[in-house]
Design a binder for this molecule. Sequence first.
Ligand SMILES: Nc1ncnc2c1ncn2[C@@H]1O[C@H](COP(=O)(O)OP(=O)(O)OP(=O)(O)O)[C@@H](O)[C@H]1O
Ligand SMILES: [Mg+2]
Length: 256
Amino acid sequence: MAEPVLALGGICKSFGGVEVLRDVALSVPRGARHALIGPNGAGKTTLFNVISGVIAPDAGRVMLDGRDITAVPARRRIRLGIARSFQNIRLMPHLSVVENVMLGQHARASLAGLFAPVGLMPRSRAREEAMAVLEAFGLDPHPGQVVSNLPYGVRKKIEIVRALAARPRVLMLDEPAAGLNTAETAALRDFLMGVSEAGVTLIVVEHDMPFVHSLCGHVTVMNFGRVIYDGPAAGVREDPAVLEAYLGHGRGGDAA
Ligand SMILES: Nc1ncnc2c1ncn2[C@@H]1O[C@H](COP(=O)(O)OP(=O)(O)OP(=O)(O)O)[C@@H](O)[C@H]1O
Ligand SMILES: [Mg+2]
């Protein structure tokens, strides 16, 4: 198996005495398309917050490329190559598409001088690069168009492109298909395949199981803050613990 780009071990987190993450381990090989699923409240977004550094775990370690980053602040983690999109769209509605993507560039990794630090880049060049990233991922840059006027499906894609503008090694997506129709979901899947082929490791939280199966080879299932399944996507449908977790939450259709 490829060396993990991201590895978590023993992650615990409580909020006000309620244990939300219990001894969570996760290992994501470089280049993987890894799904993280589970019923509502299972702890998926909280785990993303631990990985991106938004919240500190009470115990456990987060390793990126073999380096312990548990104590590294969120801003620096983006520069180390971990980017994410949010469960609710967090674009700046009054800014244009290109300007929103330019915001993402500011978090860009500047490892080993591979990329010019954006702060030192002329604004015109930053704009050109943002346009190029949008076009590379098949999105019309909609010059001048403010984001709030665009359809929901387009805004969701722009949020992902903004995260990609930081040129991450690992991209975490929190329910990217939520609220999309069938055609938009299929387009998103193709789009993410392209991102994956460009070498970005994907970790995807999603309730849409056909989408998960069409994109991801490996699935980790959480329930009540614990990992209850970690293995091939194909095996998740038959796993008794997974079926029980979903039935118990009245979401029996989801894991099927
Ligand atoms: N900042 C917080 N303070 C207190 N409780 C929190 C906080 N963040 C999350 N929780 C609680 O932690 C639990 C897990 O929440 P989380 O958002 O991680 O679930 P999830 O798996 O992402 O669910 P969903 O599928 O509904 O998005 C929930 O019970 C939630 O209420
Ligand atoms: Mg969530």
